[in-house]
Every structure is written in C-alpha cells, then in structure tokens.
Design a protein around this ligand. Structure first.
Ligand code: SF4
Ligand code: SF4
Length: 246
C-alpha cells in the first residue's frame, strides 16, 4: 500500500505518538533510502566520535543527484535483505541524540519555497501516513510547531535551508553534471569536514581548528562554524566558475 500524504498547516494538529511500546517499533528504520545532509553527517560523526572520513567510509555511500549533479550521501544499509539502517538495534536507534533531520521530522515532511522577489522562505508541511506506522492510533494531539520543538528539528532546518540555497544556486548558475574533480571538491567541503579543514588548497578557512575534539551538542559549535565556512566555499566556487564561463 502507498503512503497517504496530506498537507498540514502549522496551526493544525495531528495525532501521533511513537514509543518502544508500539508493535511496529523500528519498522520505519528498515526498507528506507536515507539521504544525509551535511549537518546530519556533522552531528553523527561528532556523536560517534569519528573523523568525517571514517564515518563516510564506514556508514555511507555516495551518488549523484539526478537533477542537480551534486554529490548525495546516503546511509549504507547494514542488511541488504530488509534495507535496515546501520544504526537500528532491538533497543531502538543507536544514534538517537544525533539522528538525521528526516528521522526527527517523520511522520511529517517539510518542504521550502522561496519568493523570487523578496528571497523569503516559506515552509510547507505534510503528514505521511504509512500503513505500517501505528503511531497515529490514539496518539498525542500536537501542532507542527510542537513537533519541531519536541524533536529539536529547528537547527537542522536552518542548516538544511542553507543547503537548499546552494542547490538552487547550482541549478541556476552551473546547471548539468559536474566534472568529477569539482564534484569531489564539493563533496569534501560539504561532507568530509576534517579533510576540508586540513586541506590548504581550500584557502583560508578562518575558523578555529581544535573543535573536533569537543563533544556533540555544546562546544561542537566550532565545527558548525567550519561547516558554514565550507558552504560559503561551495557558494563562492559555484559563482566563480559560472562567472568564468560567462
Ligand atoms: S538513524 Fe536512527 S531513527 Fe534514523 S533510520 Fe537509523 S535507526 Fe532509525
Ligand atoms: S510508530 Fe511509526 S515512527 Fe514509531 S516505530 Fe512505529 S513505524 Fe516507526
């Protein structure tokens, strides 16, 4: 059966509760195709106390966005038969505090549109009802805002909106496929922050270089700054190559 997707206004309430006591526990962590944003990768590698390169090698696969030509990073299944997330266990999510934005947001989905004149972003929300998900039965009634607060999604959304801006910039100024070396450069900047930090060919990164030893959630903000610098590098790169081609 196909999922039922219905638009949801922010003030509207939906009924949903998930807990280890539902009989479908962990069903949503299988049979999935889980793309990670750069901020997802940062949170996960900090939580797991791994370098970005080790995290990417061990847990992810890289592909190319069919519409954008940009690198896409997805979680590699731990079990090819049921397409299980590498972090799911009988007790639940092993990386719950650092789970990706899409896991936090589910069973909602968020889209964003931009006003061409003002540049203002507008959020669009929908609720996804999948037949296997029993969280809608007798669940807690809440608004979208309540869910965003409860699941601590706001910081993810802010960073992911910056990624959407980069995708929009890419489609506008550098449409079509990227050359493999430039795709690799962008992949490194967005996802492999430790390599980005240490690679002098990216120029002056102008951020503290000691944040990688700091724990997730508080002083890891040094790496958040590094990710912002990396995204700026990608933005400038896309604008520079488009100007050179003009
Ligand atoms: S990261 Fe956690 S919540 Fe997300 S799919 Fe994997 S196990 Fe499930
Ligand atoms: S209620 Fe839905 S979100 Fe919760 S474990 Fe079941 S399928 Fe996953």
């Amino acid at each position: 059966m196909q999922p039922f997707v219905a638009p949801l206004e922010k003030h509207q309430r939906f009924r949903f509760t998930c807990s280890p006591h539902v009989t479908c526990f962990n069903a949503c962590c299988r049979n999935l195709n889980q793309a990670l944003t750069p901020y997802d990768v940062l949170c996960l590698k900090q939580f797991l106390k791994m370098s970005s390169g080790d995290f990417l090698n061990r847990y992810t696969e890289e592909s190319t966005g069919p519409g954008t030509g940009l690198p896409v990073v997805s979680l590699r299944f731990s079990d090819a038969d049921d397409l299980a997330c590498p972090f799911v266990s009988d007790a639940g999510c092993r990386v719950y505090a650092a789970r990706p934005a899409s896991c936090r947001t589910y069973p909602l989905a968020r889209g964003v549109s931009r006003d061409r004149e003002t540049g203002r972003l507008t959020e669009h929300w929908a609720v996804i009802r999948e037949p296997h998900c029993l969280g809608f039965n007798n669940g807690h009634r809440q608004t979208v805002d309540g869910w965003v607060d409860d699941q601590q999604i706001a910081a993810h959304n802010r960073m992911n909106d910056s990624l959407l801006e980069l995708i929009s910039l890419k489609n506008r100024f550098r449409p079509g496929p990227l050359m493999p070396p430039e795709k690799k450069r962008i992949y490194t900047a967005l996802y492999d922050l430790d390599t980005f930090r240490n690679d002098p060919s990216y120029g002056d990164r102008n951020v503290a270089t000691t944040a990688d030893a700091q724990p997730f959630g508080r002083s890891g903000t040094g790496e958040l700054d590094l990710l912002r610098v990396a995204m700026d590098w990608v933005r400038n790169y896309l604008l520079t190559v488009s100007a050179e081609k003009a």
